[in-house]
Design a protein around this ligand. Structure first.
Ligand code: ADP
Ligand code: MG
Length: 631
């Protein structure tokens, strides 16, 4: 029986025939026991390669496909390395640091590592992630001590800055999971600062499915001569033309398709796809948080999607909501998770059948991470990416990067959902506004595509795109006008008076009405004043011209007022930040900077903006405000 089980386990093509108990240097008995209890007997290739290296004082840079078992490939050596130190450690002596880019991933690593770390006597492990009150963490560390820290760069950096009491001089091992992400520009300042406080004599492990080749990045992580471990997946040739494909960067059980489709048809194709796969568990990736918010609001109103379990997850949600969303989706047999790249890397969610990329990611490496949420550890899985006709070169681009894609034809019987979305927007002002916000955020984010020669912003079919979003009218966007982007394919819904569209939420609508009244009476007053001013003007401008002029002046006055309000608000928030009532992340969010899809992304990139960029951002925010006012 045991033998048969062992054989079928090893028959999983993602596993080797090497037992954990056979590895050299030998793994200690309590860790082997914890492995057995977790159901882990045979190593995956990356485990068989990386564990012995890290355990024998080597630094490693590991590149292995998603779902190939990288977590245990560093958790086991970390525990083995700590076993050899004199235990128990002093209560504030930090021996190991495991850093990952998102809260959810850090929390997952913490849960995987716990049974192993608990075999170490007197070693206290702490999970340190954003979203929780730092004072709570500080107090806990002070009172209970901390020897192994698992967390996100921002929080770990903060803790290091504030806690002199923590002693890193004896640190034995540093692990960077999703290392390429941690070492890119976004986290640079925090990572450099963290690493500069660690002793040079330590072991370092970098892990990812898209490991960087850049030597300077390795050096930044403090690695000089690491052993590079690369585990590629063997694949069968996909088609006759592509015989040369012997290895791939994606798991072998993963089938990836692309669907080429015009922007105005995308939403209908997506809804059709979801409706036809209701019994499946799928993750849909969107470009921005605002897009996730919008489609999460629209989907439940679409008749064919009734009964579908929908969960959304993005970086701008409150931490507690984020946790709940992920836990709920994890427990589901079937259902849909609508999310941003906050859920692209590392998450090990069981039973995901489909990965849908409604919007391709800005960073092509993220493509590999997104699709890697399915087909984990030898299992089968499917993925689909929606591409606009002008984006087709992406297929070849990915093929050259050893990510093979198959074409899928568009579904002819997909119903047009645009009228349904528009009907929803007419019924609820919130849908209308979120639609605009999502659309504007998408267009802005599109500009930031890393492969800008494939995703050419100026080629965007703005009209068709807006149609696909189910917008009632085109928002006025400065850049769109400036570069004369195509507005073809958009038919405005002209049977509605946008002012009369109500919020479904009664309290919100009441508030809007009150504000409208206030505004109208304020405007009346200003018009009266302006007319009086004109009447007393000795140049004696004539009747209708005077009215026109006063309207222009009016508009300028309103704009200046808005500018001033903006500035006052920003100043107030800045004061709050200085007082410590809000942290930098909250500050950035409140003043509406950027549209980061990943909340754990540190603020450096955005903070480094100079005055000019700040102004530009403020202006573009105004741009969208102005267009909002038109509805
Ligand atoms: P990666 O970090 O490479 O994406 P994970 O470490 O998240 O992969 O592991 C993917 C899945 O494989 C997890 O569910 C994990 O429990 C499982 N797994 C890892 N190693 C083994 C093993 N040796 N035997 C069986 N299952 C394993
Ligand atoms: Mg991982």
């Amino acid at each position: 029986m045991a033998m048969a089980m062992a054989k079928s386990e090893a028959a999983n093509e993602a596993l080797t025939t090497t037992l954990f108990s056979e590895l050299e240097p030998r793994i200690s008995e309590p860790v082997l026991e914890a492995l057995r209890e977790g159901g882990f007997r045979f190593c995956t290739p990356v485990q068989a390669a990386a564990i012995p290296l890290l355990c024998s004082f080597k630094d490693v840079a590991v590149d292995a496909a998603t779902g190939s078992g990288k977590t245990l490939a560093f958790v086991v050596p970390v525990v083995e390395i700590l076993k050899r130190t004199s235990l128990p450690p002093k209560s504030h002596q930090v021996l190991a640091l495991i850093i990952s880019p998102t809260r959810e991933l850090s929390s997952q690593i913490y849960n995987v590592a716990r049974p192993f770390l608990s075999t170490l006597p007197g070693v206290k492990t702490l999970l340190l992630v954003g979203g929780a009150d730092i004072r709570v963490d500080l107090k806990r560390i002070e009172e209970e001590g901390a020897n192994v820290l698992i967390g996100t760069p921002g929080k770990i950096f903060d803790i290091m800055e504030r806690m002199e009491i923590l002693d890193f001089r004896g640190l034995e091992v540093l692990i960077l999971d999703e290392a390429d992400r941690l070492l890119d520009m976004g986290f640079q300042k925090q990572l450099t600062s963290i690493i500069s406080r660690l002793p040079k004599l330590r072991r370092t492990g970098l892990f990812s499915a898209t490991q960087t080749e850049a030597v300077e990045e390795l050096a930044r992580a403090g690695l000089r001569n690491p052993v590079r471990v690369e585990v590629l997946t063997e694949t069968r040739p996909q088609s006759k033309g592509h015989q040369e494909m012997a290895s791939s960067r994606t798991p072998s059980g993963l089938h990836i398709e692309y669907l080429e489709c015009d922007a105005d048809k995308k939403s209908s194709q997506l809804v059709d796809f979801v409706a036809k796969n209701k019994s499946k568990k799928m993750i849909i990736y969107f470009m921005t948080c605002a897009c996730v918010d919008y489609w999460s609001l629209v989907f439940p109103n679409i008749s064919v999607l009734k009964g579908c379990s929908l969960t959304s997850l993005h970086g701008r949600m409150k931490q507690i909501v984020r946790e709940k969303a992920l836990a709920e989706f994890t427990a589901l047999e079937s259902g849909v998770l609508l999310c941003t790249d906050v859920a692209a890397r590392g998450l090990d969610i069981p039973g995901v059948d489909w990965i849908v990329q409604y919007d391709p990611p800005q960073d092509p490496n993220v493509f590999i991470h997104r699709v890697g949420r399915t087909a984990r550890l030898g299992k089968q899985g499917s993925a689909i990416v929606f591409l606009l006709p002008k984006e087709e070169a992406y297929v070849e681009f990915l093929r050259l990067r050893r990510v093979p894609l198959q074409e899928r034809t568009i579904s002819d019987d997909a119903a047009d959902v645009v009228p349904e979305i528009r009907a929803t927007a007419k019924m609820d002002r919130d849908v209308m506004e979120k639609g605009l916000k999502a659309f504007v955020s998408f267009v802005r984010a599109y500009k930031e595509h890393h492969c800008s020669y494939i995703f050419r912003w100026k080629d965007l079919d703005i009209g068709r795109l807006a149609m696909g979003y189910g917008l009632l009218q085109l928002p006025s966007m400065r850049d769109v006008k400036l570069h004369s982007l195509s507005l073809d394919g958009f038919t405005p819904a002209d049977d509605v008076d946008f002012k009369t569209i109500k919020y479904r939420d009664k309290a919100r609508e009441k508030q809007r009405q009150r504000k409208l009244r206030e505004k109208e009476s304020g405007e009346e007053l200003q018009i009266k004043e302006a007319t009086l001013l004109l009447k007393s003007n000795s140049t004696g401008v004539k009747g209708d011209k005077a009215t026109r002029k006063s309207t222009g002046r009016q508009r300028r006055a309103a704009q200046t007022k808005e500018d001033e309000e903006d500035l006052v608000r920003e100043y107030r928030l800045l004061k709050k930040l200085k007082r410590g009532d809000i942290d930098e992340g909250e500050y950035e969010k409140l003043i509406g900077f950027g549209e980061p899809s990943d909340d754990d992304e540190p603020q450096e990139e955005r903070k480094s903006t100079n005055k000019g960029q700040r102004k530009q951002r403020r202006d573009s925010r105004r741009g969208s405000k102005v267009c909002k006012r038109r509805y």
